[in-house]
Write a protein that binds this ligand. Structure first.
Ligand SMILES: Cc1cc2nc3c(=O)[nH]c(=O)nc-3n(C[C@H](O)[C@H](O)[C@H](O)COP(=O)(O)O)c2cc1C
Length: 220
């Protein structure tokens, strides 16, 4: 736990780790499936003019905040949806191989990054009707979780306005905007928002204000 935490903390201070950072030891087989293996959608596809908030987030044991009932990114995603009237769509892994303990999760995530893996997500993501999509996830090892690259590559985001947001514990947006632009070259990428996961979890008013301020600057 300690060694991984130190490694990850160094990664965050440096503003993120690339895929060429030192590989971690192979993970123990992941145990305990976590969340339902299906894409969860609230009201998705109901009105074409609405934006969509498409996000990935984990509950369970998390860095800084301990065991959480609702993921940090989910908290921010819901704030965005509440404020904009957007629909919410949660990305879930097809077979939930992500452990609920922080150390194990970091190892699995690092392995996926080293392998340039494309883990499958559950169900269909019906994004066709949305012109504006907020796309959010935790920063994992200085990057989007590899699961999100599967989402970017397996869906047609062309012609859409994409607005990235991250939760993190030091890496900020970690280049989410540039990486998203590379993965979805025919989309327009608007200015993103980075929120500390611990603020999303424990300082809701402050986070809500940051979300409101950011939304006020966006033109879409
Ligand atoms: C596998 C893993 C890797 C992480 N890597 C980073 C990182 O590189 N930089 C950072 O600032 N935070 C990192 N974190 C912290 C998470 O980005 C942060 O806790 C986030 O808010 C978690 O969001 P969630 O609860 O929605 O999953 C990492 C967390 C995990 C589990």
């Amino acid at each position: 736990m300690k060694r991984l935490s130190i490694l990850l903390a160094a990664c965050m201070l440096l503003g993120g780790c690339g895929s060429n950072s030192a590989p971690e030891p192979a993970a123990e087989p992941a145990s305990a499936p976590a969340e339902t293996a299906a894409a969860e959608t609230d009201n998705a596809g109901s009105e074409a003019s609405k934006p969509l908030v498409l996000y990935f987030s984990r509950k369970g044991e998390q860095y800084v905040v301990g065991v959480i009932e609702e993921g940090n990114t989910a908290v921010v995603a819901k704030m965005i949806a509440e404020e904009t009237g957007a629909d919410l769509m949660k990305v879930l892994p097809a077979d939930d191989h992500y452990p609920m303990t922080y150390d194990e999760l970091t190892e699995v995530a690092k392995q996926e990054q080293n392998d340039n893996a494309r883990p499958e997500y559950a169900g269909e993501l019906n994004i066709a009707d949305y012109d504006v999509i907020f796309v959010g996830s935790p920063v994992w090892w200085g990057d989007w979780p590899m699961l999100m690259y599967t989402v970017f590559e397996n869906n047609d985001f062309s012609g859409k306005k994409l607005i990235p947001f991250s939760t993190h514990e030091g890496s900020g947006l970690a280049g989410f905007d540039k990486k998203l632009a590379k993965a979805c070259p025919d989309s327009t990428i608007l200015e993103g928002l980075a929120v500390r996961g611990s603020d999303a979890q424990n300082n809701r008013e402050q986070t809500k204000q940051a979300v409101t301020d950011w939304l006020g600057t966006l033109e879409y």
